[in-house]
Structure formats: structure tokens, C-alpha cells
Design a protein around this ligand. Structure first.
Ligand SMILES: [Zn+2]
Ligand SMILES: [Zn+2]
Length: 386
């Protein structure tokens, strides 16, 4: 869509123009582009564009808002609001061309241009989506979970069945708008009748009047209630995933479909494991003796434990990969891996005997530092469990 043109530019007036100048500019353009007199195929579009610009710039409040915020500031006004202050009779007074016998045709023209017809205001409307948050553990995320949640949402009032009237009574047709929910305001001009349509004030656009509103929903036809809903969380679900449950949001308006329920899934951080997609990371402390001589240690997994062989001469920070002990993949079969990073712990307190032996070890070793090639870097080693 083309960007909306500046209202001043549309009317060809400067920002400092007086009300009189603005009106003069609009009258000139309106005569040129009135769809009943103009041969320009874009006349209707242009007529609407200049009328909208005039409607805003001729109204102090709207003009002030527009000067401050531009088109963005106008979003709070409905089309009806914007055009409400144009007095077509006044604009076209004294032009005296064309008969005033257009009647219905002039009427239709303006309907088409401003597009107020159609009764969209009274049409069916989809209900709002509802967001619900639930927190699960990493173990539950790994296994998947069937859960029953209690969700607050808006449903059709069971007492009046959505009719908004107390059972036994009936809504009656609004006698002001005859049930259409809209009222027309017709202005006579030399060019024919100009009609604008706005919601009926008597029934607030609903078309019906309820004399005895339902006592349960107070005439809203909708009540807030909690429903128990079964949800199925798939194995491998990620923190922050949203599960969509169709049709369990708020009830639709005027026969529209209901909204959807979105369940936001939070996965609690785990005490032992850090998650990275479908892989898990775990840090295993070992003694420097285990690192030097090699050993077999028991490493926890999400559902039990596995044995991990530490080869002799393992450096602190070395990672071992245990295949298939991570989280399930969401979209395909199989699981990620568990990465075990060993951390060599230096003892803080030694017994006299331990101290004596270490001193002896130091004497034999001299200043030599045992360095296993690229051992400073994390090398991932495959560990075969069991
Ligand atoms: Zn009710
Ligand atoms: Zn009405």
C-alpha cells in the first residue's frame, strides 16, 4: 500500500494556514473531484482523501493531534469520528450546479466512498487467544507429560446461553435503529444527499435492547470461568515453547469462532545438568590421583547413572561424550548426548602421611610438568557406557 500522504500536502496548504484557507482549498478540490462531476477514474479515491484531510485539519482537536503525531496520532479515531465534523451542506452551499434531484444516487455515492456501510461493527468476531503458563522439570521435559490444567477463560454464559437476557425474557428490537445498530445522518446539498452512518446510541450498536439483563453475566452474555483442559507436552520440549490448543481461548463475539489457548512451557533449570538444545552438560569432579592413574566413575544421567572410564593422564577440563543420554529430539527419533567435563580437584588439606608421599613424589619428578600434547584444549572423548 502506498504511504499515506501528508494532509497539508493533500490540500495544498501550508501548516500555518487559517481555517478559512483550508476550507477554501478543500471546496476547490471537492468540486473538482466529486465523483458525480469528475471524469477522473480515481475521483472517488481522491475525493475521500481530500475529505479526510479536510475533516482533520478543520477540527481543532484533530488538527492538534495530527500536528503533534502525524498519521500515527489518528489511529485512535474511527472513520466515523474523523468525518463526523464535515458539514457538506455548508461546503457545497452556493455552488448550485447539478440539480438537487439526485436523491438516492447521491446517497449511494457517499456510502461507497466512505465505506461506512456493511455493518462490520455487528459482524461475528473471533474470541481472544488466552495465554497460560506452566512450569515443568527437566525430567518431565525429557519424558513428555500429559497434564490437566485449570485455565481461566471467557465462555458463553450458561444461564442466558449468551442471549444476555434473563431466562424467560427476550431482547427486543431497538426502536431507534430498527435493529440495524446504525443510524444514518443525511445532509442535503446541491450535489445530492450526503449520508454518514454511525453506531446507534440507543442500543450502542447492538440493534437490540435488553430490558431484563441476565443476572449471572449482568447482560454481557459472557462469563469468566475456569475449565480443566488436558494437554500433552511432547518429549524434548524446549523452555519457552508454546503449545497451541485450538478453540480453548475466549468465546467468539456474535457467533464468531473462539480464540485459541496457548500454553507457555517453562522448563526449570536442573541442579546437575545444563541443557543446550538436545545435549546435556555435566561437570564431574575427580581427584588428581584419578586423573593421573585413571579410574572408573559413576556419572548421573536423567533417569539413572552410567559408568565413565577416566583414562590415565586425563587433564582437567577434558570432555567425554556419552551418546544418547541427552534430551529427546523434538522432531525426529533419538536423543542428544551427555557431555561430561572432568574437573580435577586439588586437595585443600593433607594428612602428614599424604604430605610425606607427595613430597617424595615431587623429589622424584623434579621440575617436570607433565603435559599431554594438546591436553590444554578441551578434547571430546567418546566414552562407552557400561
Ligand atoms: Zn447470562
Ligand atoms: Zn439501536
Amino acid at each position: 500500500m502506498a504511504e499515506k500522504r501528508d494532509y497539508y500536502e493533500v490540500l495544498g496548504v501550508g501548516k500555518g494556514s487559517t481555517k478559512k484557507d483550508i476550507k477554501k482549498a478543500y471546496r476547490k478540490l471537492a468540486m473538482e473531484y466529486h465523483p458525480d462531476v469528475s471524469k477522473d477514474p480515481q475521483a472517488a479515491e481522491k475525493f475521500k482523501e481530500i475529505s479526510e484531510a479536510y475533516a482533520v485539519l478543520s477540527d481543532d482537536e484533530k488538527k492538534h493531534t495530527y500536528d503533534q503525531y502525524g498519521h500515527a496520532g489518528m489511529s485512535g479515531f474511527s472513520q466515523e469520528d474523523i468525518f463526523s465534523n464535515i458539514n457538506f451542506e455548508d461546503i457545497f452551499r452556493g455552488f448550485g450546479f447539478g440539480g438537487s434531484s439526485r436523491g438516492a444516487s447521491g446517497f449511494e455515492t457517499i456510502f461507497d466512498i466512505f465505506g461506512f456501510g456493511g455493518g462490520r461493527r455487528n459482524g461475528p468476531q473471533q474470541g481472544d487467544d488466552v495465554l497460560y503458563e506452566t512450569t515443568i522439570t527437566l525430567e518431565e521435559a525429557a519424558k513428555g507429560l500429559e497434564d490437566n490444567i485449570e485455565v481461566p477463560h471467557r465462555k458463553t454464559c450458561p444461564r442466558c446461553n449468551g442471549s444476555r437476557a434473563e431466562p424467560g425474557t427476550e431482547p427486543r428490537t431497538c426502536d431507534v435503529c430498527g435493529g440495524s445498530g446504525q443510524v444514518r445522518q443525511v445532509q442535503n446539498t446541491p450535489l445530492g444527499q450526503f449520508a454518514t452512518i454511525r453506531p446507534c446510541g440507543n442500543c450502542r450498536g447492538e440493534g437490540t435492547i435488553i430490558d431484563s439483563p441476565c443476572t449471572s453475566c449482568l447482560g454481557k452474555g459472557i462469563v469468566s470461568q475456569k475449565s480443566n483442559i488436558n494437554i500433552k507436552i511432547p518429549p524434548g520440549v524446549e523452555n519457552g515453547s508454546r503449545l497451541r490448543v485450538p478453540g480453548e481461548g475466549d468465546v467468539g463475539k456474535r457467533g464468531g469462532p473462539p480464540g485459541d489457548l496457548y500454553v507457555l512451557i517453562r522448563v526449570k533449570p536442573h541442579k546437575l545438568f545444563k541443557r543446550d538444545g538436545s545435549n546435556l552438560h555435566y561437570e564431574q569432579p575427580i581427584s588428581f590421583v584419578q586423573a593421573s592413574l585413571g579410574d572408573k566413575v559413576e556419572v548421573p544421567t536423567l533417569d539413572s547413572a552410567v559408568d565413565l572410564k577416566i583414562p590415565a593422564g586425563t587433564q582437567s577440563g577434558t570432555s567425554f561424550r556419552i551418546r544418547g543420554q541427552g534430551m529427546p529430539h523434538l522432531r525426529w527419533n533419538g536423543k542428544g548426548n551427555l557431555y561430561v567435563k572432568v574437573k580435577v580437584v586439588t586437595p585443600k588439606r593433607l594428612s602428614p602421611k599424604q604430605k610425606e608421599l607427595l613430597e617424595e613424589f615431587a623429589e622424584i619428578s623434579g621440575d617436570e610438568i607433565y603435559n599431554e600434547g594438546k591436553g590444554f584444549f578441551d578434547k571430546v572423548k567418546d566414552a562407552i557406557s557400561h
